[in-house]
Design a protein around this ligand. Sequence first.
Ligand SMILES: [Zn+2]
Length: 275
Amino acid sequence: MVRTIALERSGWAQHAAWQEAAPQAFAADVEPGSEGRIDGRCDACGATRGFHGFVRPAGTREGMQCLACGCMARQRAVARLLAATGLDTRARVYLTEQASLLYLALRRRFPALIGSEYVNGWLRRLRLTVWLWRQRVYCRVRREDVTRLGVANGALDAALSLDVLEHVPDADAAFHELARVLRPGGYLIATVPFYQDAPDSERIASLEPEGTVIHHGAPEFHGDPLGGGVVCFHHFGWDLPARVVEAGFLQAKMHYVQDATRGLPRGIWVLVARR
Ligand SMILES: [Zn+2]
């Protein structure tokens, strides 16, 4: 059975509305415990070879790899919502990653796809470029800062960002910038580590003007596929949709994306904002 997502009717903008809906949403999650192959269609590459992974309470987000393209559940949840926008293959889509399996899968479906990486240093950029060449994508990695994108006003139909915004010291500047580059009616689709029980976001680190990072509590670093840790500045909570609207979007909601037939046996939080 193929379930479609009606973006206008699903998702929650406020904590209270989610609290009311949560028991039903959680009940639709597949019980954790199973491991192995599950059948289904991948929303990133379109293949039907199925997925492999563990159904763990918190383990599906970075797992459940598609057996064809290798995209993990979080990447496919974003691809699922991108499909739900109804944008056609000519759409101008921006992805804040380039040396990634999601970039490889989506560029086959959206030839105008732009990918970029926030890379500092030529060596790291070279490494990422070599990775792309190994995948037979013969271009240099594009370097971009999500608070200052080299994209004209209103040039994009959709912008996708996966677990990047929590690493931006001034996340609101990034929301403003993403609103600038999207056309009216365009979509921002983003994942962040989302704290579904937190009414408000928490700033866990800040960047001083001279470049020093101040941690407000236990320092948190997230893994980087190419080694090293990246500072996490924010734990996002339910004020996120309102902050995104404040930055220039018409509407923003948190979607709990779940569909076992798409390799998403447990819900994955994805922000969808309409410019
Ligand atoms: Zn796939």
